[in-house]
Write a protein that binds this ligand. Structure first.
Ligand code: TRP
Length: 346
């Protein structure tokens, strides 16, 4: 597995790094601060560095671990609103829903032939999702969606994929599919690049209960929350009775999570924030965190509210993204059919 760390550094002056980046999210609910500091900020940074961004609203992936995609349109549009509010430029980035790109989905067929059932069953992220699934029975899609995700990545020949740690097994599937396709059908040259994972430099963000911030754990602070809700969520965070505030993730995960949040918003080290709070206790810590988060998110939330008021514009962004993605996917599928020697439509 080839991975690289995304560093917060700005690019060298006048030297944009040209590369194609694909990433995306499942439209299952509002994005939260974990997404924002973990991936959304990095995407905007890559955009500023001159990367060509493809961002997939992974709507077919919603039905991997649940039977029905609840409020799919609302959640999909919500993702787009969050993307634009945090700084993605729809004129430069291609934002699309993968169900709107037929040729992308058609890549799944040849790709499935390149992986074994044993490989699909070994995927640790899939195993974990099965353990936490809301379904009575495990569907075939649960085992095969990483190959569909490979189609998300390979249809546009992305060479870099910003993801969290849990997505590394899926990146490995995409790399395997690309390599095997090229070996089997690439007599006239490779069709697909082997994509690399870009791991975020931000450490795992902790939620209000001191464990990983996650929608499903009910410990997340949504980007779209209002200031009072943010205050209430932070007030309810789990801390301890010790008055002296110290940054100690191993023994004081609740306090450390809050310090980390304030630090990220203030652009400082968590130890520094702790130092300043001294013997202030949990109440002062929570006040500082609430102020930092609300202040940092204020412009983003204002932009979010403007964007949310114009659904027509959001749908137009998705339509334009789908049009661009379809053109790219059609071209790639054409290459795949040629490489495989398919006939019938040419
Ligand atoms: N599996 C990712 C998640 O659950 C979403 C996703 C779908 C994705 N397709 C992708 C991420 C392609 C990176 C690249 O968050």
């Amino acid at each position: 597995m080839t991975t690289a760390l995304l560093t917060p550094a700005e690019p060298a002056a006048g030297a944009p790094v040209a590369r194609r980046v694909l990433t995306g999210d499942r439209p299952t609910g509002p994005l939260h601060l974990g997404h924002y500091f973990g991936t959304l900020q990095n995407r905007v940074r890559l955009q500023h560095q001159g990367a060509e961004l493809f961002v997939v609203v992974a709507d077919y992936q919603v039905i991997t671990d649940r039977d029905i995609a609840d409020r799919l349109a609302e959640h999909s549009e919500g993702l787009v609103i969050d993307y634009l509010a945090t700084g993605l430029d729809p004129d430069r980035a291609t934002i699309f829903a993968h169900s709107a790109v037929p040729a992308l989905n058609q890549l799944l067929l040849p790709f499935l032939s390149l992986v074994s059932v044993a490989e699909l069953s070994r995927n640790p992220t899939v195993k974990d999702e099965i353990a936490h699934s809301r379904q009575a029975a495990v569907s075939g899609l649960m085992f095969t969606y990483p190959v569909h995700q490979a189609a998300d990545i390979l249809f546009c020949k992305a060479d870099q994929v910003p993801v969290g740690q849990d997505q590394l097994p899926h990146l490995e599937v995409a790399r395997t599919v690309a390599r095997r396709f090229n070996e089997r059908y690439g007599a006239r040259g490779p069709v697909f690049p082997e994509p690399r994972a870009l791991l975020s430099a931000t450490p795992l963000l902790l939620g209000t209960d001191g464990t990983k911030m996650s929608k499903s754990r009910g410990n997340a602070i949504p980007l779209a929350a209002d200031e009072d809700t943010t205050a209430r969520l932070i007030r309810g965070a789990r801390t301890d009775a010790e008055r002296r505030i110290t940054y100690d993730p191993a023994t004081r995960p609740g306090v450390a999570g809050l310090l980390q949040l304030a630090a990220l918003c203030q652009g400082r080290a968590p130890e520094q924030v702790a130092e300043e709070l001294g013997d202030g206790g949990a109440a002062a810590l929570k006040r500082t965190v609430t102020e930092s988060v609300n202040e940092h998110l204020r412009p983003i939330r204002a932009r979010r509210a403007e964007l949310a008021a114009d659904r027509g514009h959001i749908r137009q962004v998705l339509r334009a993204g789908a049009e661009r993605a379809n053109a790219v996917a059609d071209a790639t599928l054409g290459e795949v059919r040629t490489a495989m020697g398919s006939v019938g439509s040419d």
